[in-house]
Design a protein around this ligand. Structure first.
Ligand code: PMP
Length: 345
């Protein structure tokens, strides 16, 4: 049974049937509670801990519908920041045990690399500064492997329409039901653009006046497409080009967030909200707080703002959750430093 319905099964036949139908929680980190209702869709509640379970499920369903998967003879070649590869590996045993080669950027945390290895994925690390068109980029290497290898299929989430459709047809429908159609602002982290484009397409059509805010790291190029070979620490959002599946006309505003703000907001979410989210979710919540602070105050109106928390903090025990790593990369702020002092007594 595919989990495209809204009511979750009481006893699922398999883990894959628990993909989607993620809870929305009300956050209390905003200092503006009288006028802002800040919400978060907890995509970290998906079985592998990220939103990409939904995308992987749709990609595999499409490949099976066109008879492209030939059991373990098939190899999926996947250039991805990591989460999609984990999700595809989660689905492999139930779909003929296809093999996976994951091309993941060097910034990908050791935790995710370990997880990928334990799932039997072959990993190729690629330089983060390589532009998509260069021979060393994860895309060029993936294309070469997929061309040279028999029965290999290139899965490119940056051009894959399933990456948009699953969010426009499934995630957005869940949001409409959960929010009872009432939403003023949607704030989404962007890498491939699949989530923001899919959600904005459906939600803007059904909720007049909805504002959509795209979030990327400082030095990323998505908002204007100008390659500045930017470097940042936050994984899974940002890119040094504008992906083709991203429909920028649906995005009303772009906010760039520093690594420092992203990591400290994620740590705050974990400590104060009990929301076990990763650094890109920290970027999204930091951007939502910044966006709402800049709005004109209208005491007669309470704005409902929805953020998407895309993956779990447990992907980052060696980075986000490591005080030593934060200190080493100069990402420890005052509030986090207090917790270090406390823990080291
Ligand atoms: N946050 C996390 C944790 C992700 O895995 C991704 C996907 N790379 C994103 C944000 C960005 O989503 P999208 O690729 O749909 O733009």
């Amino acid at each position: 049974m595919a989990s495209t319905g809204i009511a979750p099964p009481i006893i699922a036949d398999a883990v894959v049937d628990t993909i989607g139908n993620t809870p929305i929680i009300r956050l209390s980190t905003t200092g503006n509670r009288a006028q802002i209702e800040l919400l978060a869709k907890t995509e970290y509640s998906n079985p592998s801990g990220s939103i990409k379970d939904r995308v992987a499920q749709r990609i595999i369903a499409n490949l099976e519908a066109s008879n492209k998967i030939k059991d373990s003879a098939t190899t999926l070649v996947v250039p991805s920041s990591g989460n999609l590869v984990i999700s595809l590996a989660l689905l492999s045993p139930q779909h003929g045990h296809y093999k996976i080669i994951g091309l993941v950027p060097e910034r990908t945390s050791q935790d995710r690399i370990q997880l990928l290895k334990s799932l039997g994925v072959d990993i190729v690390r690629t330089p983060i500064e390589a532009h998509a068109d260069s021979a060393e980029s994860q895309f060029s290497i993936a294309k070469k492997i997929a061309t040279d290898m028999p029965d290999a299929i290139l899965i490119d989430e940056f051009v894959e329409q399933a990456n948009v459709k699953v969010h426009s047809e499934q995630t957005a429908e869940e949001i409409l039901i959960q929010c009872e159609g009432r939403l003023d602002v949607l704030v989404v982290g962007v890498e491939t653009g699949g989530t923001i484009t899919g959600l904005a397409k459906t939600l803007k059509a059904k909720i007049p006046g909805l504002k959509v805010v795209g979030v990327e790291p400082e030095h990323s190029s998505i908002h204007d497409g100008v390659n500045r070979s930017g470097a940042w620490k936050v994984e899974d959002i940002g890119c040094n080009f504008s992906p083709s599946i991203l429909d920028k006309s649906l995005v009303d505003e772009w906010i760039q967030v520093t690594d420092q703000d992203s990591y400290s907001t994620a740590r705050k979410m974990i400590r104060e909200e009990g929301a076990f989210c990763g650094p890109s979710s920290g970027s999204v919540v930091a951007a939502a707080l910044h966006y709402t602070e800049s709005l004109p105050k209208d005491p007669s109106q309470k704005l409902r703002v929805l953020t998407i928390l895309n993956d779990t903090a447990r992907n980052y025990t060696s980075t986000l959750l490591s005080d030593d790593w934060l200190l080493e990369h100069d990402l420890m702020d005052e509030t986090m430093a207090k917790s270090v002092a406390y823990h080291r007594h």
